[in-house]
Design a protein around this ligand. Structure first.
Ligand SMILES: *Cc1c(COP(=O)(O)O)cnc(C)c1O
Length: 399
């Protein structure tokens, strides 16, 4: 050990590769006393400590910023960490934050375990509220969250209308745009101040990394996020950043494939007697479909179906008979997934009234015909629908 010299340079100039370099490091070392003394000046842009960024994390942030049309992007350890970070960066004691009733479920735990004890009030609103959000903006409101579409019930929100109403009142807007990815919906261009993506889903896309990203246009917001993340001790591993950059290389290909397969499966399911409603933003049966057509450049491969109530007893056998769809709650990767989800207990603003269970599907990149055949063999196990229509509660609308 005594014989080991200090590294000459972390940047070998003569080696050029298409793969981004993985720069590991907790300690950052300095060439002089003066450089060390002024390291805090390099907190936002240079390097002062491994936790505050490495050349690998900064390269990933540059690439995500380019996708989002942002000035700055910032990566954190998970999508949930990104949601918490943005919320804490905007609202302190006495502040109020609004979430759509369709929001990613763990935000309810954020509201009760962290925000409420810190004196931040949280309210949930009808995701289809549009410009009437103005009625819910009190002088204490600091932040409005949108999640469009909601990742279980798929309501597409009028983000420009909500953002405009909030902007007129000086209220910030944060968008969880994980379903669409920046390739299908650029949240900043539609009026949001913060674009959040759970990188764990499509951006990485291989079910093996947890990460979140926040993108902004305003430098002041970026600095505020960095300061808050420093207090929370957030940092990401350079290996994970390199894996995400590998995933980003095929994001467009994967998304095109998942979109096409998802639509094929959604249309197949829509024609089934077991299915009461297909909640896919690209289909007219989805609440907010017209807004999706106006604001989005395409779909991803995630959608839900509301099954008829009579399917309930056979549902476990059917789901477990699927051979290509693993049962799992995450989504947006190469493998197809299915998740039975009941949104009703979580809802507080708009009751969820559909009588039957929900299955959420995430179409992967497998052969679409094989996936459809898999659904067909499993759905056959439901058996014929009950004969007496009087005993069947048909839900025409999910609202
Ligand atoms: C998964 C998900 C998150 C959280 O991401 P994690 O990296 O799992 O914490 C946030 N929002 C949406 C819409 C998600 O699907």
């Amino acid at each position: 050990m005594d014989e080991l010299p200090l590294p000459a340079s972390a940047h070998p100039q003569a080696f050029r590769s298409l793969a981004p370099a993985v720069h590991r490091g907790s300690t950052v070392v300095f060439g002089s006393m003066a450089e060390y003394g002024s390291r805090r000046e390099r907190f936002y842009d240079g390097y002062s400590y491994g936790l505050y960024g490495t050349p690998t994390s900064r390269e990933l942030e540059r690439r995500i910023a380019a996708l989002e049309g942002a000035t700055r992007s910032f990566v954190v350890p998970s999508g949930m960490a990104a949601i918490t970070l943005v919320t804490l960066a905007c609202a302190g004691a006495g502040g109020r934050v609004l979430f759509p009733d369709s929001a990613y479920d763990p935000v309810r735990t954020l509201a009760t375990t962290l925000l409420a004890p810190c004196g931040v009030e949280v309210a949930f609103y009808d995701p289809l509220i549009g410009r009437d959000i103005a009625c819910l903006l009190t002088p204490a409101t600091r932040l409005v969250w949108v999640e469009s579409p909601g990742s279980v019930t798929m309501e597409v929100q009028d983000v420009p209308a909500i953002a405009e109403a909030a902007r007129l009142r000086g209220v910030r807007v944060a968008a969880d745009a994980t379903w669409a990815t920046p390739l299908r919906f650029r949240a900043l261009a539609h009026g949001a101040d913060f674009a959040v993506n759970a990188v764990s889903k499509y951006l990485n896309g291989h079910s093996d990394v947890l990460m979140g990203a926040v993108s902004v246009r305003e430098e002041a917001l970026y600095r505020r996020l960095r300061d808050m993340a420093r207090a929370l001790g957030h940092g990401v591993s350079p290996e994970d950043c390199a894996l995400v950059m590998r995933g980003l290389e095929t994001l467009g290909l994967r998304l095109d494939r998942s979109e096409a397969t998802g639509l094929r499966l959604a249309r197949w399911l829509a024609a089934r007697p077991e299915v009461d409603a297909v909640l896919h933003p690209a289909l007219p049966s989805c609440p907010g479909h017209a807004i999706w057509r106006r604001d989005f450049t395409g779909a991803s491969g995630v959608f839900s179906v509301v099954l008829a109530a009579w399917t309930r007893p056979r549902l476990p056998a059917v789901v477990e008979a699927l051979r290509h769809f693993a049962i799992g709650a995450s989504w947006g990767a190469t493998r197809s997934l299915v998740a039975p989800i009941d949104p009703a207990p979580a809802r507080t603003a708009v009751p969820w009234t559909a009588g039957g269970p929900i299955l959420r599907f995430s179409a992967g990149v497998e052969d679409a015909a094989a996936l459809e055949a898999d659904l067909a063999q499993a759905f056959a196990l439901f058996g014929p629908p009950p004969r007496d229509p009087i005993n069947v509660v048909r839900v025409e609308s999910t609202r």
